[in-house]
Design a binder for this molecule. Structure first.
Ligand SMILES: [Zn+2]
Length: 61
């Protein structure tokens, strides 16, 4: 899950959707090119995304 951080002519910078989360501040990010190649950054997610989704879906009735 990524959100657009910055758009360039040929590339788009993405940050983890959790980057905007004050508690997590997840540093994970990636870059996509116009030729659809994806470059992942060295930084990894600082949260278990699956667990979060499980928790999130569990709170829903
Ligand atoms: Zn993340």
């Amino acid at each position: 899950m990524y959100t657009v951080e910055r758009k360039y002519l040929t590339t788009i910078n993405w940050v983890c959707a959790k980057n905007g989360n004050v508690k997590l501040r997840c540093p994970a990010r990636c870059v996509t090119n116009s030729n659809r190649s994806i470059k992942l950054s060295h930084r990894k997610h600082n949260h278990p995304s699956n667990l979060y989704q499980m928790h999130k879906s569990r709170t829903r009735p």
